[in-house]
Design a protein around this ligand. Structure first.
Ligand code: NDP
Length: 444
Protein backbone atom coordinates (compact mmCIF):
# COMPACT_ATOMS: atom_id res chain seq x y z
CA UNK A 1 0.00 0.00 0.00
CA UNK A 2 1.35 3.46 -0.84
CA UNK A 3 2.05 5.88 2.01
CA UNK A 4 -0.86 8.12 0.85
CA UNK A 5 -3.33 5.19 0.84
CA UNK A 6 -2.08 4.02 4.22
CA UNK A 7 -2.65 7.45 5.79
CA UNK A 8 -6.00 7.89 4.05
CA UNK A 9 -7.18 4.61 5.54
CA UNK A 10 -6.04 5.71 9.01
CA UNK A 11 -7.74 9.11 8.68
CA UNK A 12 -10.95 7.44 7.49
CA UNK A 13 -10.97 5.00 10.41
CA UNK A 14 -10.27 7.74 12.92
CA UNK A 15 -12.76 10.33 11.62
CA UNK A 16 -15.55 8.14 10.26
CA UNK A 17 -18.32 10.45 11.45
CA UNK A 18 -16.90 13.53 9.69
CA UNK A 19 -17.68 13.15 5.95
CA UNK A 20 -16.79 16.74 4.99
CA UNK A 21 -13.36 16.44 6.62
CA UNK A 22 -12.74 13.10 4.91
CA UNK A 23 -13.78 14.58 1.55
CA UNK A 24 -11.28 17.43 1.95
CA UNK A 25 -8.45 15.12 3.06
CA UNK A 26 -9.13 12.67 0.24
CA UNK A 27 -9.02 15.43 -2.38
CA UNK A 28 -5.75 16.83 -1.07
CA UNK A 29 -3.93 13.54 -0.46
CA UNK A 30 -4.95 12.05 -3.82
CA UNK A 31 -3.68 15.06 -5.70
CA UNK A 32 -0.34 15.39 -3.89
CA UNK A 33 0.50 11.74 -4.55
CA UNK A 34 3.27 12.56 -7.08
CA UNK A 35 5.04 14.84 -4.56
CA UNK A 36 4.72 12.25 -1.80
CA UNK A 37 5.94 9.43 -4.04
CA UNK A 38 9.03 11.48 -4.93
CA UNK A 39 9.86 11.88 -1.21
CA UNK A 40 8.20 8.79 0.25
CA UNK A 41 10.93 7.59 2.63
CA UNK A 42 11.52 10.97 4.21
CA UNK A 43 7.83 11.87 4.57
CA UNK A 44 7.02 8.46 6.03
CA UNK A 45 9.85 8.65 8.53
CA UNK A 46 8.81 12.16 9.57
CA UNK A 47 5.09 11.19 9.57
CA UNK A 48 4.36 14.28 7.49
CA UNK A 49 0.91 13.14 6.31
CA UNK A 50 -0.19 11.93 9.74
CA UNK A 51 0.89 15.28 11.20
CA UNK A 52 -0.70 17.45 8.55
CA UNK A 53 -4.07 15.67 8.87
CA UNK A 54 -4.14 15.93 12.69
CA UNK A 55 -4.98 19.40 14.06
CA UNK A 56 -2.45 20.98 16.45
CA UNK A 57 -5.42 21.36 18.80
CA UNK A 58 -9.24 21.39 18.82
CA UNK A 59 -11.03 23.62 21.27
CA UNK A 60 -14.71 23.03 22.03
CA UNK A 61 -16.67 25.11 24.49
CA UNK A 62 -20.11 26.02 25.81
CA UNK A 63 -21.62 29.34 24.77
CA UNK A 64 -24.45 30.35 27.10
CA UNK A 65 -26.40 33.54 26.36
CA UNK A 66 -29.77 35.04 27.26
CA UNK A 67 -32.44 35.65 24.58
CA UNK A 68 -34.95 38.51 24.46
CA UNK A 69 -37.47 36.50 26.50
CA UNK A 70 -35.02 36.11 29.36
CA UNK A 71 -34.43 32.46 28.45
CA UNK A 72 -30.88 31.14 28.65
CA UNK A 73 -29.75 29.46 25.42
CA UNK A 74 -26.78 27.15 25.00
CA UNK A 75 -24.69 26.67 21.84
CA UNK A 76 -21.39 24.94 21.15
CA UNK A 77 -18.32 26.93 20.11
CA UNK A 78 -15.29 25.55 18.25
CA UNK A 79 -11.81 26.63 17.25
CA UNK A 80 -9.56 24.20 15.41
CA UNK A 81 -5.93 25.35 15.27
CA UNK A 82 -4.78 23.10 12.49
CA UNK A 83 -1.24 23.96 11.47
CA UNK A 84 0.99 26.95 12.25
CA UNK A 85 4.15 25.91 10.42
CA UNK A 86 4.24 29.06 8.29
CA UNK A 87 2.56 31.63 10.56
CA UNK A 88 -0.11 32.28 13.22
CA UNK A 89 -3.36 30.36 12.72
CA UNK A 90 -5.75 32.26 10.48
CA UNK A 91 -9.26 31.41 9.35
CA UNK A 92 -12.86 32.49 9.77
CA UNK A 93 -15.64 31.84 12.26
CA UNK A 94 -18.78 30.20 10.84
CA UNK A 95 -22.12 30.73 12.59
CA UNK A 96 -24.66 28.31 11.12
CA UNK A 97 -26.85 25.53 12.58
CA UNK A 98 -25.03 22.94 10.43
CA UNK A 99 -21.71 23.57 12.23
CA UNK A 100 -20.13 20.63 14.05
CA UNK A 101 -16.52 19.56 14.49
CA UNK A 102 -16.35 17.86 11.04
CA UNK A 103 -17.25 21.10 9.21
CA UNK A 104 -14.73 23.12 11.19
CA UNK A 105 -12.01 20.51 10.59
CA UNK A 106 -12.66 20.41 6.83
CA UNK A 107 -12.49 24.20 6.65
CA UNK A 108 -9.39 24.37 8.87
CA UNK A 109 -7.62 21.72 6.80
CA UNK A 110 -8.39 23.53 3.52
CA UNK A 111 -7.20 26.76 5.10
CA UNK A 112 -3.65 25.40 5.58
CA UNK A 113 -3.12 25.10 1.83
CA UNK A 114 -5.12 28.21 0.90
CA UNK A 115 -3.12 30.37 3.28
CA UNK A 116 0.12 28.91 1.98
CA UNK A 117 -0.92 29.77 -1.60
CA UNK A 118 -1.35 33.45 -0.74
CA UNK A 119 2.44 33.67 -0.29
CA UNK A 120 1.84 35.37 3.08
CA UNK A 121 2.95 34.07 6.53
CA UNK A 122 -0.30 32.61 7.87
CA UNK A 123 -1.11 29.15 9.21
CA UNK A 124 -4.45 27.32 9.01
CA UNK A 125 -7.33 27.41 11.49
CA UNK A 126 -11.11 27.73 11.58
CA UNK A 127 -13.87 28.11 14.14
CA UNK A 128 -17.51 28.84 14.68
CA UNK A 129 -20.67 27.70 16.37
CA UNK A 130 -23.99 26.00 15.69
CA UNK A 131 -25.65 29.32 16.63
CA UNK A 132 -28.15 30.49 13.99
CA UNK A 133 -28.01 34.28 13.55
CA UNK A 134 -31.16 34.27 11.38
CA UNK A 135 -34.12 35.99 13.01
CA UNK A 136 -32.13 37.08 16.09
CA UNK A 137 -32.36 40.63 17.37
CA UNK A 138 -29.30 42.83 17.45
CA UNK A 139 -29.13 42.47 21.23
CA UNK A 140 -29.24 38.67 20.98
CA UNK A 141 -26.42 38.71 18.41
CA UNK A 142 -24.33 40.83 20.77
CA UNK A 143 -25.09 38.58 23.73
CA UNK A 144 -24.01 35.52 21.77
CA UNK A 145 -20.85 37.19 20.39
CA UNK A 146 -19.76 38.39 23.82
CA UNK A 147 -20.24 34.99 25.40
CA UNK A 148 -18.47 33.28 22.49
CA UNK A 149 -15.48 35.63 22.73
CA UNK A 150 -15.26 35.37 26.51
CA UNK A 151 -14.15 31.77 26.04
CA UNK A 152 -12.36 32.09 22.69
CA UNK A 153 -10.20 34.98 23.96
CA UNK A 154 -8.16 32.51 26.03
CA UNK A 155 -6.78 30.87 22.92
CA UNK A 156 -6.22 33.64 20.35
CA UNK A 157 -4.00 36.72 19.92
CA UNK A 158 -2.39 38.85 17.21
CA UNK A 159 0.66 36.52 17.04
CA UNK A 160 -1.17 33.30 17.98
CA UNK A 161 -4.43 32.94 16.09
CA UNK A 162 -6.36 35.63 14.22
CA UNK A 163 -9.97 34.67 13.36
CA UNK A 164 -12.12 36.43 10.73
CA UNK A 165 -15.63 36.27 9.26
CA UNK A 166 -17.30 33.43 7.36
CA UNK A 167 -20.91 32.36 6.84
CA UNK A 168 -23.05 34.18 9.40
CA UNK A 169 -20.14 36.28 10.72
CA UNK A 170 -19.99 39.70 9.09
CA UNK A 171 -18.85 43.17 10.16
CA UNK A 172 -21.47 43.40 12.93
CA UNK A 173 -20.44 40.14 14.62
CA UNK A 174 -16.70 40.90 14.27
CA UNK A 175 -17.32 44.30 15.91
CA UNK A 176 -19.06 42.77 18.93
CA UNK A 177 -16.39 40.09 19.29
CA UNK A 178 -13.55 42.62 19.01
CA UNK A 179 -15.19 44.81 21.67
CA UNK A 180 -15.40 41.87 24.06
CA UNK A 181 -11.79 40.78 23.42
CA UNK A 182 -10.53 44.30 24.14
CA UNK A 183 -12.60 44.47 27.30
CA UNK A 184 -11.31 41.16 28.64
CA UNK A 185 -7.65 41.53 27.65
CA UNK A 186 -7.26 45.27 28.17
CA UNK A 187 -5.25 45.31 24.99
CA UNK A 188 -5.86 46.86 21.59
CA UNK A 189 -4.45 44.49 19.01
CA UNK A 190 -5.30 43.11 15.59
CA UNK A 191 -6.77 39.90 16.98
CA UNK A 192 -9.57 39.69 14.42
CA UNK A 193 -9.74 40.72 10.78
CA UNK A 194 -12.75 42.02 8.91
CA UNK A 195 -12.95 44.83 11.47
CA UNK A 196 -14.80 48.10 10.84
CA UNK A 197 -12.75 50.84 9.20
CA UNK A 198 -12.91 53.04 12.31
CA UNK A 199 -11.12 50.41 14.46
CA UNK A 200 -8.36 48.86 12.40
CA UNK A 201 -10.18 47.30 9.45
CA UNK A 202 -8.72 47.33 5.97
CA UNK A 203 -10.27 49.01 2.99
CA UNK A 204 -11.23 46.42 0.36
CA UNK A 205 -11.49 43.54 2.88
CA UNK A 206 -15.28 43.44 2.43
CA UNK A 207 -14.90 43.13 -1.34
CA UNK A 208 -11.77 40.98 -1.30
CA UNK A 209 -13.05 37.42 -1.67
CA UNK A 210 -15.48 38.23 -4.47
CA UNK A 211 -13.09 40.58 -6.25
CA UNK A 212 -10.22 38.10 -5.87
CA UNK A 213 -12.36 35.35 -7.36
CA UNK A 214 -12.88 37.48 -10.46
CA UNK A 215 -9.21 38.47 -10.70
CA UNK A 216 -8.13 34.83 -10.83
CA UNK A 217 -10.99 33.94 -13.20
CA UNK A 218 -9.98 36.77 -15.50
CA UNK A 219 -6.34 35.62 -15.52
CA UNK A 220 -7.40 32.02 -16.13
CA UNK A 221 -9.50 32.78 -19.16
CA UNK A 222 -7.00 35.36 -20.46
CA UNK A 223 -4.34 32.65 -20.43
CA UNK A 224 -6.76 30.53 -22.46
CA UNK A 225 -7.22 33.23 -25.10
CA UNK A 226 -10.53 34.68 -23.89
CA UNK A 227 -11.77 37.76 -22.07
CA UNK A 228 -14.43 38.47 -19.44
CA UNK A 229 -16.28 41.08 -21.48
CA UNK A 230 -19.53 39.64 -22.82
CA UNK A 231 -19.40 36.43 -20.77
CA UNK A 232 -22.59 35.15 -19.11
CA UNK A 233 -21.93 34.16 -15.49
CA UNK A 234 -24.04 32.16 -13.10
CA UNK A 235 -23.43 32.90 -9.41
CA UNK A 236 -24.91 31.06 -6.42
CA UNK A 237 -25.35 32.63 -2.98
CA UNK A 238 -26.19 36.21 -2.13
CA UNK A 239 -23.84 36.83 0.78
CA UNK A 240 -20.52 38.59 1.02
CA UNK A 241 -18.68 36.51 -1.59
CA UNK A 242 -21.55 36.36 -4.10
CA UNK A 243 -22.33 40.08 -3.94
CA UNK A 244 -18.79 41.29 -4.59
CA UNK A 245 -18.10 38.59 -7.18
CA UNK A 246 -21.17 39.82 -9.05
CA UNK A 247 -20.07 43.44 -8.76
CA UNK A 248 -16.55 42.78 -10.07
CA UNK A 249 -17.79 40.50 -12.87
CA UNK A 250 -20.02 43.33 -14.04
CA UNK A 251 -17.17 45.84 -13.82
CA UNK A 252 -15.16 43.53 -16.07
CA UNK A 253 -17.95 43.54 -18.64
CA UNK A 254 -19.57 40.17 -17.91
CA UNK A 255 -23.28 39.67 -17.20
CA UNK A 256 -24.30 37.82 -14.02
CA UNK A 257 -27.82 36.44 -14.37
CA UNK A 258 -28.43 34.52 -11.12
CA UNK A 259 -28.09 34.58 -7.35
CA UNK A 260 -29.55 32.36 -4.62
CA UNK A 261 -30.03 31.89 -0.90
CA UNK A 262 -30.92 28.95 1.30
CA UNK A 263 -34.58 29.02 0.25
CA UNK A 264 -34.63 29.98 -3.44
CA UNK A 265 -32.95 31.55 -6.44
CA UNK A 266 -33.28 34.40 -8.91
CA UNK A 267 -32.92 34.36 -12.70
CA UNK A 268 -32.54 37.89 -13.98
CA UNK A 269 -31.75 37.85 -17.73
CA UNK A 270 -31.07 41.61 -17.71
CA UNK A 271 -28.27 41.08 -15.19
CA UNK A 272 -28.37 41.16 -11.39
CA UNK A 273 -28.89 44.63 -9.93
CA UNK A 274 -26.12 44.60 -7.29
CA UNK A 275 -27.29 47.70 -5.44
CA UNK A 276 -30.77 46.19 -5.05
CA UNK A 277 -29.28 42.87 -3.94
CA UNK A 278 -27.15 44.65 -1.32
CA UNK A 279 -30.19 46.53 -0.05
CA UNK A 280 -32.20 43.30 0.29
CA UNK A 281 -29.42 41.16 1.81
CA UNK A 282 -27.05 43.51 3.64
CA UNK A 283 -29.47 46.18 4.87
CA UNK A 284 -32.89 44.52 5.21
CA UNK A 285 -31.45 41.00 5.75
CA UNK A 286 -34.53 39.77 3.82
CA UNK A 287 -35.33 36.89 1.45
CA UNK A 288 -34.77 37.03 -2.32
CA UNK A 289 -38.51 37.29 -2.92
CA UNK A 290 -38.01 40.98 -2.06
CA UNK A 291 -35.49 41.30 -4.88
CA UNK A 292 -37.95 39.77 -7.34
CA UNK A 293 -40.76 41.99 -6.08
CA UNK A 294 -38.69 45.10 -6.81
CA UNK A 295 -37.30 44.01 -10.17
CA UNK A 296 -39.70 43.26 -13.06
CA UNK A 297 -37.06 41.40 -15.15
CA UNK A 298 -36.37 38.86 -12.35
CA UNK A 299 -37.94 35.44 -11.85
CA UNK A 300 -37.93 33.90 -8.35
CA UNK A 301 -37.85 30.10 -7.96
CA UNK A 302 -38.10 28.06 -4.77
CA UNK A 303 -35.35 25.53 -3.97
CA UNK A 304 -32.08 25.19 -5.89
CA UNK A 305 -31.56 25.60 -9.64
CA UNK A 306 -28.96 28.21 -10.66
CA UNK A 307 -26.85 25.59 -12.45
CA UNK A 308 -29.69 24.92 -14.91
CA UNK A 309 -29.14 28.33 -16.54
CA UNK A 310 -26.94 28.35 -19.65
CA UNK A 311 -23.67 30.17 -18.99
CA UNK A 312 -20.01 30.56 -19.93
CA UNK A 313 -18.70 30.79 -16.36
CA UNK A 314 -20.14 29.29 -13.15
CA UNK A 315 -19.14 30.75 -9.78
CA UNK A 316 -20.46 28.78 -6.78
CA UNK A 317 -20.35 31.24 -3.86
CA UNK A 318 -22.76 29.83 -1.22
CA UNK A 319 -21.69 26.70 0.66
CA UNK A 320 -20.09 23.24 0.53
CA UNK A 321 -21.34 20.54 -1.85
CA UNK A 322 -23.86 22.81 -3.59
CA UNK A 323 -22.70 21.80 -7.09
CA UNK A 324 -23.37 18.11 -7.58
CA UNK A 325 -22.90 15.61 -10.38
CA UNK A 326 -26.26 16.32 -12.05
CA UNK A 327 -25.48 20.04 -11.96
CA UNK A 328 -22.06 19.42 -13.50
CA UNK A 329 -23.68 17.43 -16.33
CA UNK A 330 -26.15 20.26 -17.00
CA UNK A 331 -23.39 22.87 -17.01
CA UNK A 332 -21.30 20.83 -19.46
CA UNK A 333 -24.31 20.16 -21.71
CA UNK A 334 -24.94 23.93 -21.74
CA UNK A 335 -21.34 24.63 -22.84
CA UNK A 336 -19.76 26.06 -19.68
CA UNK A 337 -16.10 27.09 -20.14
CA UNK A 338 -14.95 27.66 -16.56
CA UNK A 339 -16.02 26.90 -12.99
CA UNK A 340 -14.21 28.85 -10.26
CA UNK A 341 -15.13 28.26 -6.63
CA UNK A 342 -15.93 31.29 -4.48
CA UNK A 343 -17.21 29.14 -1.62
CA UNK A 344 -15.21 26.47 0.21
CA UNK A 345 -15.57 23.02 -1.40
CA UNK A 346 -18.88 23.83 -3.15
CA UNK A 347 -18.30 21.17 -5.81
CA UNK A 348 -18.50 17.49 -4.87
CA UNK A 349 -15.54 15.25 -5.77
CA UNK A 350 -17.63 13.48 -8.40
CA UNK A 351 -18.79 16.74 -9.99
CA UNK A 352 -15.24 18.14 -9.99
CA UNK A 353 -13.96 15.08 -11.82
CA UNK A 354 -16.77 15.25 -14.37
CA UNK A 355 -16.06 18.91 -15.11
CA UNK A 356 -12.33 18.29 -15.46
CA UNK A 357 -12.84 15.20 -17.64
CA UNK A 358 -15.04 17.27 -19.94
CA UNK A 359 -12.45 19.97 -20.49
CA UNK A 360 -13.95 22.61 -18.19
CA UNK A 361 -11.36 24.97 -16.63
CA UNK A 362 -11.82 24.34 -12.90
CA UNK A 363 -10.16 26.38 -10.14
CA UNK A 364 -10.76 25.09 -6.57
CA UNK A 365 -11.77 27.36 -3.71
CA UNK A 366 -8.49 27.14 -1.90
CA UNK A 367 -6.95 29.10 -4.78
CA UNK A 368 -9.95 30.98 -6.15
CA UNK A 369 -11.30 32.37 -2.87
CA UNK A 370 -7.90 33.01 -1.24
CA UNK A 371 -8.30 36.76 -1.83
CA UNK A 372 -10.31 37.04 1.40
CA UNK A 373 -7.70 35.61 3.69
CA UNK A 374 -4.90 37.31 1.73
CA UNK A 375 -6.52 40.68 2.39
CA UNK A 376 -7.03 39.69 6.01
CA UNK A 377 -3.26 39.16 6.17
CA UNK A 378 -2.85 42.63 4.64
CA UNK A 379 -5.11 43.92 7.43
CA UNK A 380 -2.77 42.27 9.95
CA UNK A 381 0.21 44.01 8.31
CA UNK A 382 -1.51 47.39 8.50
CA UNK A 383 -2.41 46.79 12.17
CA UNK A 384 1.22 45.91 12.97
CA UNK A 385 2.45 49.03 11.18
CA UNK A 386 -0.34 51.10 12.75
CA UNK A 387 -1.03 52.47 9.29
CA UNK A 388 -3.84 52.09 6.81
CA UNK A 389 -3.47 51.81 3.08
CA UNK A 390 -5.79 53.24 0.45
CA UNK A 391 -8.44 51.13 -1.28
CA UNK A 392 -6.42 51.27 -4.50
CA UNK A 393 -3.23 50.05 -2.77
CA UNK A 394 -4.98 47.08 -1.16
CA UNK A 395 -6.92 46.25 -4.32
CA UNK A 396 -3.73 46.36 -6.42
CA UNK A 397 -1.97 44.01 -3.98
CA UNK A 398 -4.99 41.68 -4.05
CA UNK A 399 -4.97 41.62 -7.83
CA UNK A 400 -1.23 40.82 -7.87
CA UNK A 401 -1.69 38.04 -5.29
CA UNK A 402 -4.51 36.40 -7.29
CA UNK A 403 -2.60 36.57 -10.57
CA UNK A 404 0.45 35.08 -8.81
CA UNK A 405 -1.68 32.29 -7.33
CA UNK A 406 -2.94 31.38 -10.78
CA UNK A 407 0.59 31.13 -12.21
CA UNK A 408 1.86 29.32 -9.12
CA UNK A 409 -0.81 26.59 -9.36
CA UNK A 410 -0.44 26.39 -13.13
CA UNK A 411 3.34 25.90 -12.78
CA UNK A 412 2.94 23.30 -10.01
CA UNK A 413 0.53 21.29 -12.16
CA UNK A 414 2.93 21.44 -15.11
CA UNK A 415 5.93 20.39 -12.98
CA UNK A 416 4.11 17.17 -12.12
CA UNK A 417 2.86 16.52 -15.64
CA UNK A 418 -0.72 17.52 -14.81
CA UNK A 419 -1.10 20.56 -17.01
CA UNK A 420 -4.49 22.25 -16.59
CA UNK A 421 -5.33 20.32 -13.40
CA UNK A 422 -5.61 23.27 -11.03
CA UNK A 423 -6.89 21.10 -8.17
CA UNK A 424 -3.60 19.20 -8.20
CA UNK A 425 -1.67 22.42 -8.83
CA UNK A 426 -3.24 24.20 -5.84
CA UNK A 427 -2.78 21.29 -3.47
CA UNK A 428 0.80 20.66 -4.55
CA UNK A 429 1.89 24.31 -4.42
CA UNK A 430 0.21 24.84 -1.03
CA UNK A 431 1.61 21.59 0.40
CA UNK A 432 5.23 22.09 -0.73
CA UNK A 433 5.72 25.29 1.26
CA UNK A 434 4.09 23.97 4.45
CA UNK A 435 6.09 20.73 4.33
CA UNK A 436 9.35 22.57 3.87
CA UNK A 437 8.59 24.58 7.02
CA UNK A 438 7.46 21.49 8.97
CA UNK A 439 10.64 19.60 8.08
CA UNK A 440 12.83 22.58 9.05
CA UNK A 441 11.10 22.90 12.44
CA UNK A 442 11.64 19.29 13.51
CA UNK A 443 9.18 16.92 15.11
CA UNK A 444 6.40 18.97 16.68
P1 NDP B 1 -22.58 34.77 3.88
O1 NDP B 1 -23.13 34.30 5.17
O2 NDP B 1 -22.36 36.22 3.66
O3 NDP B 1 -23.47 34.22 2.66
C1 NDP B 1 -23.70 32.86 2.46
C2 NDP B 1 -24.69 32.70 1.33
O4 NDP B 1 -24.83 31.33 1.06
C3 NDP B 1 -26.07 33.23 1.66
O5 NDP B 1 -26.68 33.64 0.48
C4 NDP B 1 -26.75 32.00 2.24
O6 NDP B 1 -28.17 32.04 2.14
C5 NDP B 1 -26.18 30.92 1.36
N1 NDP B 1 -26.12 29.64 2.11
C6 NDP B 1 -25.49 29.40 3.28
N2 NDP B 1 -25.66 28.13 3.68
C7 NDP B 1 -26.43 27.57 2.73
C8 NDP B 1 -26.97 26.28 2.56
N3 NDP B 1 -26.73 25.32 3.45
N4 NDP B 1 -27.71 26.05 1.46
C9 NDP B 1 -27.93 27.04 0.54
N5 NDP B 1 -27.45 28.28 0.64
C10 NDP B 1 -26.72 28.54 1.73
O7 NDP B 1 -21.21 33.95 3.68
P2 NDP B 1 -19.98 34.27 2.74
O8 NDP B 1 -20.46 34.88 1.47
O9 NDP B 1 -18.97 34.95 3.54
O10 NDP B 1 -19.42 32.79 2.46
C11 NDP B 1 -19.87 31.99 1.36
C12 NDP B 1 -18.86 30.89 1.13
O11 NDP B 1 -17.57 31.47 0.83
C13 NDP B 1 -18.61 29.94 2.29
O12 NDP B 1 -18.29 28.66 1.79
C14 NDP B 1 -17.37 30.54 2.95
O13 NDP B 1 -16.66 29.58 3.71
C15 NDP B 1 -16.60 30.95 1.72
N6 NDP B 1 -15.57 31.96 1.94
C16 NDP B 1 -15.88 33.19 2.46
C17 NDP B 1 -14.89 34.14 2.61
C18 NDP B 1 -15.19 35.52 3.06
O14 NDP B 1 -14.27 36.36 3.04
N7 NDP B 1 -16.41 35.84 3.44
C19 NDP B 1 -13.48 33.83 2.30
C20 NDP B 1 -13.28 32.54 1.66
C21 NDP B 1 -14.29 31.65 1.54
P3 NDP B 1 -29.04 32.70 3.32
O15 NDP B 1 -28.97 34.18 3.09
O16 NDP B 1 -30.40 32.14 3.11
O17 NDP B 1 -28.41 32.28 4.60
Amino acid sequence: MSYVDEVLAKVQAKNASEPEFLQAVEEVLESIKPVVEANEDLYRKEAILERITEPDRQIKFRVAWVDDNGQTQVNTGYRVQFNNAIGPYKGGLRLHPSVYIGIIKFLGFEQIFKNSLTGLPIGGGKGGSDFDPKGKSDREIMAFCQSFMTELSKYIGADIDVPAGDIGTGAREIGYMFGQYKRIKTTYEGVLTGKGLSFGGSLARTEATGYGLLYITEELIKCHGQEMAGKICVVSGSGNVAIYATQKAQQLGAKVVTCSDSTGWIYDPEGIDVELLKEVKEVKRARLTEYAAARPSAEYHEGRGVWSIKCDIALPCATQNELQIEDAKTLVANGVTAVCEGANMPTTLEATKYLQDNGVLFVPGKAANAGGVATSALEMSQNSERLSWTFEEVDAKLNRIMVDIYHNIDDAAKRYDKEGDYVAGANIAGFEKVVEAMLAQGVC
